[in-house]
Design a protein around this ligand. Structure first.
Ligand code: KG4
Ligand code: ZN
Length: 364
């Protein structure tokens, strides 16, 4: 019997016994033959209900996502029971849409993979409960997924990246630097001691009432800050990057956020406006905030690269820094990181924006 050889992509002859063993590892339905194992990935750790079907070679067969951003923007932040309710209302439809887009039925899956940690407990619970019912009904294996590990490995779907590599995850809920030595072998080099950069940018954007700004009303806080920064002058305010003397790779954003809050309050007094109205200097503040956040992230990352190079922990011929998470879509922050990677002879890689943020593909 002729079958497709997975690794070489050519047809080859196998002995009869081996044929059956080989074929058993695939999903064969009448009239349908999938040449690779199929995994359904389900993500509900925060405020996105997402699902995708990916095969073992990394081909994405189909995906679906429901974002709760609009709802949470109105309430000024994520309220866990609200996020849980929205996940409950959408999970069935999103999984169905991902399967339909993939033209795959649940019985054709090889396994179901679901985020089990870290995240909001109420949100995680919805995905987990749904997945356990599904695997029970269709008698499929269940693969528990660590959300951060999935983020860190996503780059391997789009780029040929060998282990080890350095990863920087920066989003609304995450902030860490880690050395990725293998699929489940991570060395944590640094993390935020308080809040994540996206969380801080969201809080500053809220304090500046950017949701009332005609150009920013539908944007996340971080995106609104990036957008407004282009119209501002970063030199009009002087915020100091945090932890300049700390001899480690950790981050901190809440002290900086308090300093910015105080400055905004001061400016409101000077301009004689109430809290909730937009300052004439909002764009300048946004530009200075973005610059300071970029400096802080770049400096900590620089330390991590130097640490790894000193101890020969990265690939000598091609040291790679992967940057992912919602904040990684900020082009100013990327530029700052590019300066660092150019100076240290590293390659900077970022997954495309839709894979930087939470999605079902990275879980599958
Ligand atoms: O990865 P993500 O979608 O969700 C998690 O937090 O896991 O990231 C969302 C975060 C939000 O805090 C948002 O303000 C921030 O990423 N963000 C940005 C930009 N776009 C989204 N921050 C800076 N610049 C952006 N362009
Ligand atoms: Zn995430």
């Amino acid at each position: 019997m002729l079958i497709l050889n997975k690794t070489t992509g050519v047809f080859s002859n196998l002995s009869k016994g081996k044929n059956y063993e080989f074929l058993r590892s695939f999903n064969i339905q009448p009239g349908k033959l999938f040449l690779h194992k199929l995994v359904l990935g389900i993500e509900t750790s925060c405020d996105d209900t997402a699902a995708a079907v990916v095969d073992e070679t990394g081909n994405v067969l189909g995906e679906a996502i429901h974002s709760q951003t609009e709802v949470h923007l109105k309430t000024g932040g994520i309220i866990p029971p609200v996020a849980q309710q929205l996940h409950r209302e959408n999970i069935q439809r999103i999984v169905q849409e991902a399967l339909s887009a993939s033209k795959v039925s649940p019985s054709e899956l090889s396994a179901v993979a679901t985020t089990v940690k870290p995240g909001l407990a109420l949100s995680l619970g919805v995905g987990l409960f749904f997945s356990l019912q599904l695997v029970d009904q269709f008698k499929k294996p269940f693969i528990p997924i660590h959300h951060m590990e999935a983020h860190a490995l996503t780059i391997r779907l789009t780029n040929k990246v060998e282990f080890p590599f350095l990863v920087l995850l920066i989003s609304g809920g995450h902030c860490l630097l880690a050395l990725v030595r293998g699929v489940s072998d991570f060395l944590l080099l640094g993390k935020s001691l308080d809040i994540a950069p996206g969380d801080m940018l969201d809080k500053v954007a809220r304090r500046l009432s950017l949701i009332k700004h005609p150009e920013c009303s539908t944007m996340s806080g971080g995106k609104a800050i990036e957008h407004l920064s282009k119209q501002g002058n970063k030199l009009h305010f002087d915020f100091k990057p945090p932890m300049q003397r700390a001899k480690n790779c950790d981050f901190s954003f809440s002290g900086l956020q308090h300093v910015i809050d105080k400055t905004i309050m001061q400016k409101e007094k000077e301009e004689g406006i109430e809290k909730g109205q937009i300052l004439s200097s909002a764009a300048d503040i946004a530009a200075a905030v973005q610059h300071t956040v970029a400096c802080h992230i770049a400096k900590r990352t620089h330390r991590a690269i130097l640490f790894c190079k000193q101890r020969d922990l990265l690939c000598q011929s091609n040291a790679v820094l992967v940057v992912s998470g919602g904040v990684a879509s900020n082009l100013y922050i990327r530029k700052a990181l590019e300066v660092v990677t150019n100076a240290t002879q590293c390659t900077l890689l970022c997954p495309p924006p839709r894979l930087c943020t939470d999605n079902g593909i990275m879980i599958a």
